[in-house]
Design a protein around this ligand. Structure first.
Ligand SMILES: *Cc1c(COP(=O)(O)O)cnc(C)c1O
Length: 360
């Protein structure tokens, strides 16, 4: 199979072995004579798939099933923007605005209650992560976006929120690095960036949070309902969870997040080192090096016309796809998630050198 060099920000590249396993499971799961999509979600065979994905997910994050629950929900990360305040915004909530997706989370919280933007990097078009933030002592929770998919920034260090529960949208860097995940009370990620196909959102939630839950939360938006039903209150996205489960097996087989992070750092360094060494032609967009994302690398060329030419040539000459920056800011973006092979990044750097020589 001739694989493209796929730099899509999402839905994004998946490990080839996961695609192969899935293609088999779609035809006939475990010789049961039926497809994974034809099985009852209440069957013992499917339940094992689901429960194992929950278990492996927590294991990879280093969290205990006694303390945390895993939900596989529909509605994308975008629905979590609303579910969170519906369940937990009573007095007020602190939000850090680090870009497009943070803003969307803030907008949904505003439907529900007092939403305090405690820090923002909008003054510099989101090219940095705010530091030394003083959170409101009376906040119900603090919400951050750990990786900013469009602007190419990430929280290098998890902020200390003291006793205030920390919630995070981890859609674009979920399971990309080692962190003390127990610092988070609630984390969520649309699967399509780093852990699976679109159509399922993984939510990891501290069970003790439920003590703080609001009354009268409508059923499908109610975390307690989903937790009590072990994420099967209604029919879950069965095939998607199967794929996520296979991605978790792949992560575990490689050696867990320590190894994944090392691989990701290697890929990101290749690209950033090249950009830094050629800054007269390729200009990184992030102000401080420590804020640079290792998942979404963003840069500019001397002119928008050259950027257009760069994207076009990469695709036509080398089958490198989706290098165009997000429609809201332009420029170039290479998304190099967990499953992006290092060879793809090496090929990109090689092309960048060739393009620079021909165009400067
Ligand atoms: C892609 C993305 C989202 C949106 O996810 P959906 O699953 O499409 O709702 C939210 N947050 C971040 C950080 C993202 O990268």
């Amino acid at each position: 199979m001739n694989r493209a060099h796929n730099f899509s920000a999402g839905p994004a590249v998946l490990p080839i072995e996961v695609l192969q396993e899935t293609s088999q499971a779609v035809l006939d799961y475990n010789n049961l004579g039926m497809s994974i999509m034809e099985m009852s979600h209440r069957s013992a065979e499917y339940d094992a798939v689901f429960v194992e994905a929950q278990k492996d997910g927590l294991e990879i994050l280093g969290l205990s099933p006694d303390e945390y629950a895993v939900l596989f929900l529909g509605g994308g990360a975008s629905l979590q923007f609303l579910m969170i305040p519906m369940n937990f915004l009573k007095n007020k909530a602190d939000y850090v605005n680090t870009g497009y997706w943070s803003k969307k989370a803030i907008k949904e919280a505003q439907w529900v209650g007092n939403t305090n933007v405690v820090a923002s990097s909008e003054d510099m078009n989101f090219n940095y992560i705010p530091k030394n933030i003083t959170f409101s002592p009376d906040a119900d929770y603090v919400h951050i976006t750990t990786n900013n998919t469009i602007y190419g920034t990430r929280w290098n260090v998890v902020p200390d929120t003291g006793n205030i529960p920390l919630f995070a949208d981890m859609s674009s860097d979920f399971m990309s690095r080692e962190l003390d995940y127990s610092k988070f009370s609630l984390m969520y990620a649309g699967a399509q960036k780093n852990i699976g196909p679109a159509g399922v959102t993984m939510v990891v939630i501290k069970k003790s949070l439920l003590e703080r839950q609001k009354d009268n939360v409508p059923t499908m938006l109610n975390y307690k309902i989903h937790i009590d039903a072990n994420s099967m209150f209604n029919t879950p996205p069965c095939v998607n969870v199967y794929v996520v489960g296979r991605v978790f097996k792949w992560i575990k087989k490689l050696g867990g997040l320590a190894v994944i992070e090392e691989m990701n750092m290697k890929k990101a360094s290749l690209l950033y080192d090249y950009i830094d060494a050629n800054s007269e032609f390729y200009r990184g967009t992030v102000a401080n090096k420590e804020d640079r994302s290792i998942m979404n690398v963003t840069w500019n060329l001397p002119t928008p016309e050259l950027e257009q030419k760069f994207v076009k040539e990469a695709r036509e000459k080398y089958n490198m796809t989706n290098l165009k920056g997000h429609r809201s800011i332009g420029g170039i973006r290479a998304s190099i998630y967990n499953a992006c092979p290092i060879e793809t990044v090496q090929a990109l750097v090689k092309f960048m050198e060739e393009f620079k020589k021909e165009n400067s």
